[in-house]
Design a protein around this ligand. Structure first.
Ligand SMILES: *Cc1c(COP(=O)(O)O)cnc(C)c1O
Length: 494
């Protein structure tokens, strides 16, 4: 199966190229030319299988130029022993109407691990196939969580090196310690003076600097990107929706063939787009419910057809969803309306920050998606209510999804069994979660908050967060935007 660009359908490449390149030269995103089908019999057969087997079955349909042995090594490497749950992405059946898909059992306790544990393995193989054995160098600018998940994913993965820059005044003490204690032979971390934009601009400048690119090439090295528009991050996310459906069947919640809804707390539109691909493959899905926080740009788009990023930006207690440009939406628009329309709309988005889709496209979108948003107060109220009434503690992002889902059910009366994606451990966002259940601000530091949250809830803090304070700090450097390139050369020894 070939991959096309959302902005140029004459581009036709193999999946390994799509993964090695990340983005198409004219700015489009790579999409599969057709979406492979999954029959009900095949879904039924997966119901008795492990997550690793489910992943191999789904991924082999998309990554057709990977051999079975290559896929096997990627999947078992990623999901063999690095997760704290044997089921990798277990379902928590909290009560009738609350079926939670827990995507935070990986080494950094957030859903980014689901993709970032396997992407580096794809990239190593793609590097051999598509780039002639070149060593792959990953540079990341991070505002917190992605950097740590990428470091864990790439640590000690053959033929790769990763360097993460975080803004000196932009990450929490916990996030900083998570990164600066990172283990592994091929990793490095540096602070950069400034904010996230400074880090991001600095990394972009290095990526596109011809002198630096040449120096790398002379040493048989090349940059690649681990960001969320890479197809190698999206494909593994399709797996857990199929897996959740299988678990719903296994538990007797539904019979094979029954439809479910899927509700996803959304930022860059990657996670919910993976659910769309699962539906298009043939997974019986009724509605995809897109949940946003106060940055409700997607709710407006999915209900009116107008995407308008010219609006106030809110900093919320669900920071991973504080996004005004949801890059992966472009893929959905391509599948519904084609590349000509995508080019038109993306030019408008770039020039004016705004576009409106035609009526036919909007009507197809509305058939597929429902959407809603909620603010921080409603998010905290949900955390508190679900904990008190049902004994389940959810993080701030998950609580947005639960709130939006409950509103959806009240408004529509749609009682279809629904899977709600849970994207982070509540311990990762202890401050807001504590505030929600105690009803007041805490004066503790971040590390003591984690302990306190464990005490009052009786839950065990995930080991990677609990052990943090005892770990050795390995990286203390701080550079300025002007000498980031030296840091890169130093790390690479060139
Ligand atoms: C990244 C992230 C999201 C948003 O996912 P998208 O794929 O960007 O829509 C939601 N919750 C958490 C905890 C995240 O880290």
């Amino acid at each position: 199966m070939k991959y096309l660009s959302t902005r140029d359908e004459s581009v036709r490449i193999e999946s390994s190229y799509a993964i090695a390149k990340g983005i198409s030269p004219e700015g489009g995103l790579f999409v599969p030319e057709t979406i492979p089908r999954l029959t009900l019999d095949e879904i039924g057969a997966l119901a008795g299988k492990s997550y690793v087997d489910r992943a191999k079955s789904i991924l082999s349909r998309f990554l057709t130029d990977f051999t079975p042995e290559e896929l096997d090594s990627c999947v078992t490497g990623a999901y063999g022993s690095n997760f704290s749950s044997e089921k990798i992405a277990p379902m928590a059946f909290v009560k009738d109407g609350l079926n939670i898909l827990e995507l935070f059992k990986g080494p950094t306790c957030a859903f980014k691990d689901m993709a970032l544990q396997i992407l580096p393995r794809f990239l190593t193989i793609a590097g051999k196939k598509a780039a002639g054995g070149t060593k792959i160098i990953i540079l990341v600018a991070t505002s917190g969580d992605t950097g740590k998940a990428a470091l864990e994913g790439f640590r000690d993965v053959e033929n790769t090196q990763i360097l993460v820059f975080y803004p000196s005044d932009g990450v929490s003490p916990m996030q900083k310690l998570q990164m600066c204690t990172q283990e592994g032979k091929n990793v490095a971390v540096s602070a950069i003076k400034g904010n996230f934009d400074d880090a991001q601009t600095g990394v972009k400048n290095i990526f596109t600097n011809p002198d630096i690119i040449k120096k790398l090439a002379d040493n048989n090295m090349a940059f690649s990107s681990a960001n969320s528009i890479n197809w190698g991050r999206l494909a593994p996310q399709i797996v857990y929706y199929v897996s959740a459906y299988c678990d719903m069947v296994e538990s007797g919640k539904i019979s094979c063939g029954d439809k479910i809804n899927i509700c996803v707390p959304t930022g860059n539109f990657g996670n919910i787009l993976a659910a769309y691909y699962a539906k298009e493959m043939g997974l019986p899905v009724n509605k995809l419910i897109c949940a946003s926080n106060s940055n409700s740009v997607l709710t407006d788009f999915l209900t009116t057809g107008t995407y308008d990023r010219n609006r106030e930006f809110y900093t919320t207690i669900s920071p991973s969803m504080d996004i005004l440009i949801s890059s992966n939406l472009e893929r959905l628009l391509y599948h519904i309306a084609g590349s000509e329309k995508v080019n038109e709309w993306m030019s408008l988005l770039k020039a004016e920050g705004k576009y409106t889709v035609d009526d036919k496209t909007l009507s197809e979108i509305k058939d597929l998606f429902a959407a809603g948003f909620c603010d921080d107060e409603a998010t905290k109220a949900t955390i508190s209510k679900v904990f008190r009434e049902d004994g389940y503690l959810c993080d701030t992002h998950t609580a947005v999804a639960v709130t939006v889902y409950e509103n959806y059910r009240a408004q529509t009366g749609d009682m279809t069994e629904t899977v709600i994606a849970s994207t982070a451990s509540p311990f990762k966002f202890s401050k807001a979660v504590l505030e929600a259940i105690e009803g007041r601000e805490s004066s503790l530091d971040e590390f003591d908050m984690v302990k306190h949250l464990a005490e009052i809830t009786g839950l065990e803090c995930p080991a990677p967060l609990a052990n943090l304070k005892e770990k050795q700090v390995r990286f203390t450097g701080c550079c300025s935007r002007d000498n980031m390139d030296e840091v890169v050369f130093n790390m690479l020894g060139i």
